[in-house]
Design a protein around this ligand. Structure first.
Ligand code: UDP
Length: 378
């Protein structure tokens, strides 16, 4: 049989695809990356407006406790010291620090010491537990029950319910509990959103990371795998597929659901619009979930005044359809079961590697994606 042109055809130039290509190339493999969009980077791609790197497909903040992953990404491009500390505008009109920590508890209940906060939290949790037990429930079955037993009614109503229902377009009692376990609860005055040892943004923006990963790799943009599938399947020994797994299998068992986000991006003639990169709007009455002010990802302190303009994006979550980019898998029971059926098909082929948020139908952060690819190549 004639030798195929490439060892790997990588479908999708997002973080998984780009990291895979990088490692494969290092191991002397011949790779071709294709992507149907006109740019590489998937949803971490940034667009420069007024000298500011605008996270065109949503804010991305890199965080990890894995030193190897951190050193790997920093070897491609140095990362800055950005620390995510969002604030939330609540339905009561007040501003709260996130994640839930002593600052939040002080703002919510006026408590000052960890002991006072703990006893208030215990009281809230006890009420939630008792309500659940009287309904015969011992373990939280959904996001609402999880949130109530983790943090209580006040915070659930002011900071979680509205935001989450906008974000997912479903009531909190029909969402999986694990989504909310992403958020830490801390008994110290610490507004750092992530628990991880390392975090930051690539200096000069995410495109630097992607371009660095793809250096020396052949990339074809504006190429849709599905519009010429037979051809693409013939060019390489192995396919690394990072698109939607249900589409790969022709939707034969039905369609998985995705959540997506649309952005209203605006350039404003002010140097500093909201004083923070991320401001969440947790009320169900405000249609967007958050406003991102992009310059704060890469400029710190009063250096933000060096550029007289700023760019902000309002984020509107919506249900995905064929004309939109899928962002988040909706891991409820129905979709999870459907995914498992596709996964068992995927397991039967060793010619295709399925990786990333869409192909594994998993709410991945960036670092675990890189970790997984590094492990594969070890
Ligand atoms: N969340 C919330 N209130 C907030 C921020 C987040 O209730 O102000 C919940 C919400 O359910 C969301 C989840 O926490 O889906 C995870 O939020 P995160 O900011 O990690 O989501 P991402 O940045 O990945 O969209």
């Amino acid at each position: 049989m004639a030798e195929r042109e490439y060892d790997y055809l990588i479908v999708g130039a997002g973080l998984y695809g780009a990291t895979f290509a990088h490692q494969a190339r290092r191991h002397g493999k011949r790779c071709l990356v294709i992507d149907r969009r006109p740019h590489s980077g998937g949803n971490v791609y940034c667009e420069e407006i007024e000298g500011i790197n605008v996270h065109k497909y949503g804010a991305h903040i890199f965080h990890t406790s894995d030193r190897e992953v951190w050193e790997f990404v920093n070897s491609i491009v140095p990362f800055n010291r950005y620390t995510n500390s969002p604030v939330a505008v609540a339905p009561d009109g007040k501003l709260y620090n996130l994640p839930f920590n002593m600052n939040t508890f002080h703002q919510m209940w006026g408590v000052k010491t960890p002991e006072e906060a703990m006893s208030k939290l215990e009281e809230e949790r006890r009420e939630a537990r008792e309500r659940m037990l009287s309904d015969g429930i011992s373990e939280p079955r959904n996001l609402e029950e999880q949130a109530l037993s983790l943090i209580g009614k006040d915070i659930y109503e002011q900071l979680i319910k509205g935001y989450t229902e906008k974000q997912w377009g479903r009531p909190c009692d029909q969402l999986p509990a694990f989504i909310i376990r992403r958020l830490p609860v801390r008994m110290v005055y610490d507004n750092n959103y992530f628990d991880d040892l390392y975090q930051g943004i690539p200096e000069g923006g995410y495109n630097k990371l992607i371009d660095g990963l793809l250096e020396g790799v052949e990339v074809c943009l504006n190429e849709d795998f599905f519009s010429n599938r037979e051809h693409w399947e013939s060019v390489a020994d192995t396919i690394v597929f990072t698109g939607k797994i249900d589409q790969f299998f022709g939707y034969r068992f039905g369609k998985l659901e995705y959540r997506t986000v649309s952005f209203e991006t605006e350039t404003i003639d002010k140097p500093n619009y909201q004083g923070n990169a991320v401001v969440n709007y947790t009320s169900g009455d405000i249609p967007y979930t958050r406003i991102i002010e992009h310059k704060h990802f890469e400029t710190f302190g009063n250096a933000v005044y060096d550029n007289p303009k700023t760019v902000v994006s309002r984020e509107y979550p919506t249900e995905w359809n064929e004309n939109l980019e899928p962002y988040y898998p909706v891991n409820n029971e129905r979709n999870q079961q459907l995914y498992e059926r596709y996964k068992s098909l995927a397991d039967q082929t060793d010619k295709v590697i399925f990786g990333g948020r869409l192909a594994e139908y998993r709410y991945y952060d960036m670092a675990p994606i890189i970790q997984q690819v590094l492990k594969y190549w070890k």
